[in-house]
Unconditional design. Structure first.
Length: 385
């Protein structure tokens, strides 16, 4: 029998799937695990998909339907302050993850380095390793904000990009505009790319703001966007990327090789959604914020460190006992207490803890979920004040 591929040998198993496959999950388990919003896609998106279903059997242009790219271009200028050409700077992808893979394949060769900020989005690490590059890890400060001085020190002659995710997955922190600006300037000066993952751009709380670094016009930014979160369209597998014109031909080669074009019905749905714009997720922010505040209040009863959680729909928790195995803790929380959280170790964090996702629960189910979590933590790790 042929050996399995060495390319994937050093890459972790898909961590959420691995955790859930190891656990005995009861029917009434409450998931504070996977990052999903509670709301459905816009009716306009669903109707557009249905309306075009009989013409969706053909490929579209590799870069995506022209009318969708035009709509994306209008949105980027209106909401993000990004000026772009729909024929030279935009490619529609099968979700934000494919956009990231397109990006790193287009700018690296094996052995190059990509700087990730820990705790990082684990699929970014997996993608970097899959293309035989080295992930160089930079840390955050006590408030889960990137350390600018450390980022500078991590840059070598092999560095090709610094990756930021803001608002952040897993910490739920929206990076201040001055931090994004400084990282963008560092990248421009070093002649490397700033890969900016903005999947959670519309989820901002407590006065937080979002800056798209491509609006700064340094010409070194690759921006990644997704319909999965803002429009509740995770299963549609649709996103897009914005990049300097000189990368267009290279990214198009990769797009044609990996998927030819993104799912055609999803492209029509995405065009309808993006024309609604930020008003769609905006109508749900109050409900999300109410759950966020309730979670923060309840977690405040414990002796744990939590992130400011002013963006995305995550709260990141550090536990006081550094000896805890957070993977085993998460399994016990699932099996004994009926609540799912994702251990911090899968995000490259050396401090035990976990990520909470409150986006997929309302107030009632969220209150029960956090109650179960606190009971479990009090009994398992004694982190009561």
């Amino acid at each position: 029998m042929p050996r399995s591929s060495s390319r994937t040998a050093r890459i972790m198993n898909a961590p959420i799937q691995e955790l859930l496959s190891q656990a005995k999950i009861s029917k009434d388990t409450i998931s504070l695990g996977q990052g999903m919003p509670f709301f459905l896609p816009p009716d306009e998106a669903v109707n557009a998909q249905i309306e075009h279903i009989h013409e969706s059997y053909r490929y579209t242009e590799d870069a995506g339907i022209e009318s969708l790219r035009n709509a994306i271009c209008e949105k980027l200028l209106r909401e993000n302050g990004i000026k772009c050409n729909p024929k030279k700077n935009i490619i529609v992808t099968a979700g934000g993850n494919q956009a990231f893979m397109n990006a790193i394949l287009s700018i690296t060769k094996p052995g190059d380095e990509i700087i990730l900020i820990a705790p990082y989005y684990f699929n970014h690490l997996m993608a970097v390793q899959l293309v035989d590059c080295k992930a160089v890890i930079a840390n955050v400060d006590a408030d889960f904000i990137p350390d600018i001085n450390e980022l500078r020190k991590k840059i070598t002659r092999k560095t090709r990009a610094i990756v930021t995710v803001s608002p952040n997955n897993p910490t739920g922190v929206a990076y201040p505009p001055d931090i994004i600006t400084e990282i963008n300037r560092i990248c421009a000066e070093a002649g490397i790319y700033h890969i900016s993952d903005e999947a959670y751009e519309h989820f901002l709380f407590a006065g937080a703001s979002h800056l798209s670094p491509a609006s700064l016009e340094h010409g070194s930014t690759i921006s990644l966007f997704s319909f999965s979160k803002s429009f509740g369209m995770a299963g549609y597998r649709i996103g897009y990327m914005v990049f300097p014109e000189h990368l267009y031909s290279d990214i198009l080669k990769i797009q044609d090789t990996i998927g030819i074009c993104p799912p055609v019905p999803s492209q029509y749905a995405a065009e309808a959604a993006i024309r609604i714009g930020e008003a769609y997720p905006g109508q749900f922010l109050k409900k999300l914020d109410d759950v966020r505040k309730m979670f923060i209040e309840e977690l405040g009863k414990l002796n744990v460190q939590i992130s400011t959680a002013n963006g995305a729909f995550y709260i990141y928790v550090h536990l006081p006992d550094k000896r805890i195995n957070d993977w085993r803790l998460s399994l016990k929380l699932i099996e004994k207490y009926g609540v799912i959280v994702i251990p911090s170790s899968v995000f490259g964090d050396n401090v035990p803890g976990f990520r909470i996702s409150y986006g997929n629960v309302g107030m009632e189910r969220g209150r029960e979920g956090i109650r179960r979590l606190i009971v479990g933590l009090r009994e398992l790790v004694q982190c009561v004040r």
